[in-house]
Write a protein of this length. Structure first.
Length: 417
């Protein structure tokens, strides 16, 4: 993390769960903003000191002082003022608002906040008018000029197109898509989409969408705050009963929106059949994507083998100006990649696999084939060599990968205000 001179701009953080809290950690270390204004939306604990207690300690990453300064660290939270709702964290002033939950009611204007990062995961529909309580646009009415959302957009009415002033970005993939003159709402996609995009892009750059016949991914994902510690009754109308089962005791099948979000940041994926699945495991952070890509072999030329796939990622990582893509031939486990700064994806080169076989295609069953041509053929079955490549990519779904890259996006937006 590179410490920077505060530029006088204040940053608003709406929500103070996992991503909200770690966003504060990131920015008190980076010091790009002169003040952080955190909206909790409700009273918390018995006093502001209880909030300071929550800020300082983390069950996954340890103490804030240790994260910032190592074993010689001294206390980093000072000047806790209950009446003003303020404290100083690593020298950065932080103000905590506890009155309003709806974006339209939050006192951004009164506190001089122009840029807000919404980490609640609750306000994701960019088509809702700002006067609705659950509208992300309420932040704009409340005084913000730009809003960054730490999750993919979700438009409830599927017939409604994405508004012109909303855009989805993944750092290092489609940065140029963000236009500060046009876009007011920016989705930073998700941790899984971020890793997946950095795994898919190098393959697309080399093979192109025509040679990639199909692809699929499964994320073995750490637990999130939406899951249950112990089994509980489902809410009325709930359709997925697994979401109410204990995250501590189970491997839980669930869904992911990574495939849809990927198409927004890499439009070429529209040409490729793609499936994305997710499995939650009893782990606090440190997740893994298993990417399977089916590639059409050339009749002549070099065959697609494990060494070729690894070279693609090795060269892409070396050429990455931001260092978001990592290539590693060590034998890792999930703890090894936790906290690794700005590592969108850590390719486990040791486990890359390829297997080539032939697929038989009956031309008589191919839609649109000219039957007069088929009748002149000796055989209607064509055998095509196909290579299946399996690539493993690690990512710290909280601080190391996602929050650090969210911080990069936030600073980038701030520099164009």
């Amino acid at each position: 993390m590179v410490a920077m001179e505060a530029n006088g701009l204040k940053l608003g953080i709406n929500g103070f769960g996992r991503i909200g809290k770690l966003t504060l950690w990131h920015h008190v270390g980076r010091k790009h903003f002169s003040e952080l204004v955190v909206n909790l939306g409700r009273e918390v604990g018995g006093s502001l000191s209880d909030i300071a207690h929550y800020v300082e300690r983390d069950s996954t990453y340890g103490s804030l002082r240790g994260y910032l300064h190592g074993f010689q660290a001294k206390p980093v939270i000072e000047e806790v003022d209950e009446s003003a709702g303020t404290m100083r964290v690593n020298g950065v002033p932080a103000r905590f608002l506890r009155a309003h939950r709806s974006p339209r009611d939050i006192e951004w204007r009164e506190n001089g906040v122009k840029l807000v990062v919404d980490t609640t995961g609750q306000f994701l529909d960019p088509t809702l008018p700002p006067d609705e309580a659950k509208s992300i646009r309420g932040h704009l009415d409340a005084g913000a000029q730009k809003v960054i959302v730490s999750a993919p957009f979700k438009i409830k009415d599927k017939r409604t197109p994405m508004p012109d002033d909303a855009v989805t970005t993944v750092m290092g993939i489609n940065d140029e898509t963000y236009d500060p003159r046009v876009h007011k709402l920016v989705s930073n996609a998700s941790c899984t989409t971020t890793c997946l995009a950095h795994m898919v892009k190098p393959m697309l750059n080399v093979f192109g969408p025509k040679k990639i016949l199909s692809a699929s991914m499964a994320t073995v994902h750490a637990a999130t705050g939406s899951q249950q510690v112990l089994d509980r009754l489902p809410k009325a109308g709930a359709s997925d009963l697994r979401k109410n089962r204990s995250v501590m005791n189970n491997i839980i099948l669930t869904s992911t929106g990574a495939a849809n979000a990927l198409r927004l940041v890499i439009p070429e994926m529209e040409e490729i059949g793609f499936i994305a699945e997710s499995v939650r495991i009893p782990n606090t952070t440190g997740s893994l994507i298993i990417l399977v890509v089916n590639l059409q072999e050339e009749v002549t030329g070099e065959s697609i083998r494990r060494e070729m796939i690894n070279d693609i990622y090795r060269q892409a990582a070396e050429a990455d100006p931001n260092g978001y893509l990592h290539y590693d031939e060590k034998q890792n486990v999930s703890c090894d990649i936790v906290g690794l700064p700005r590592a969108a994806a850590i390719i486990e080169g040791h486990e890359t696999h390829t297997r080539t076989g032939e697929a038989g295609i009956d031309l008589e069953k191919v839609p649109g084939m000219d039957q007069s041509i088929i009748s002149q053929l000796k055989t209607t079955t064509v055998r095509i060599p196909i290579t299946q490549a399996v690539v493993y990519g690690w990512y710290d779904n909280e601080l190391g990968s996602y929050v650090n890259m969210l911080g990069d996006r936030t600073v980038g937006v701030a520099e164009n205000l």
